[in-house]
Ligand binder design. Structure first.
Ligand code: TIU
Length: 229
């Protein structure tokens, strides 16, 4: 067991029973010229996450932690996309429409996949999810149970949407979640700040928040002993 200084208080964890979850670090959201930018967003606000998250990913791999990546997206025939989700947004830039990096948020397209810097390696889990939360309509719960996971370290984009939804879903399912402040990103600086505050408020109403530097130094001194991928 090791402990990270966090808000609202120390977060104790054992790397053997803790998974690193990397949410939706996909080209459609992060690449200049992609879907996210075409909606008028400044993707540099998300891209700042790549470097600290690469370092955290390396530390988690070195500590033998289970690593889980998620991707938001849909089947090519859109049969798993609720009509309400499809109807929303700019009429010329909807899920399934042609984008700079292939059909927007469609599984198998270049833009749907994870950025090169954070590409999954052999043995890591990739969860394809049709919703904002990583538990809805996926096998995530079964993966966590099969690996004896009790706590999650949550990273990725965007802070107030998929990171929040997943953290809330996990909290309701009994997992303690640590959200890594500089490894999550939002297109909206205000949402980033308030989104993080909301997690740790009220004594950690649905999680803890720490910086990657503190987490990496805790991980460097701790190695998982019994992870089965
Ligand atoms: N992954 C994720 O957060 N999906 C989104 O649609 N986020 C937005 O902020 N739009």
């Amino acid at each position: 067991m090791t402990t990270v200084p966090a808000a609202p208080g120390p977060f104790p964890f054992d790397p053997a029973t803790t998974a690193l979850v990397v949410i939706d670090m996909q080209r459609d959201f992060l690449l200049p010229g992609g879907f996210g930018e075409s909606l008028g967003n400044d993707v540099s606000l998300l891209r700042v996450v790549i470097e600290p998250l690469s370092a955290l990913l390396a530390a988690a791999r070195a500590a033998g932690m289970l690593v889980i990546h998620t991707r938001e997206g849909h089947l090519p025939d859109l049969s798993d996309c609720p009509p309400a989700k499809l109807r929303r947004g700019n009429p010329s830039q909807r899920i399934g429409d042609p984008g700079r990096f292939g059909r927007i948020l469609i599984r198998g397209e270049y833009g749907h996949d994870i950025v090169d810097e954070l590409a999954p390696i052999d043995g890591e889990v990739v969860i394809d999810k049709p919703g904002k939360g990583a538990f809805y309509a996926t096998g995530l719960q079964e993966v966590l149970r099969a690996n004896g996971i009790e706590r999650l370290i949550v990273t990725g984009v965007t802070t107030e949407v998929c990171v929040h939804t997943t953290t809330r879903e996990a909290n309701d399912r009994g997992y303690d979640c640590l959200v890594v402040a500089d490894c999550v990103g939002s297109y909206f600086p205000e949402f980033q700040r308030v989104g993080l505050d909301m997690i740790s408020a009220q004594g950690g109403i649905f999680g803890w928040v720490a910086d990657s530097a503190a987490l990496i130094s805790a991980l460097t001194g701790a190695t998982a002993t019994s992870v089965t991928a």
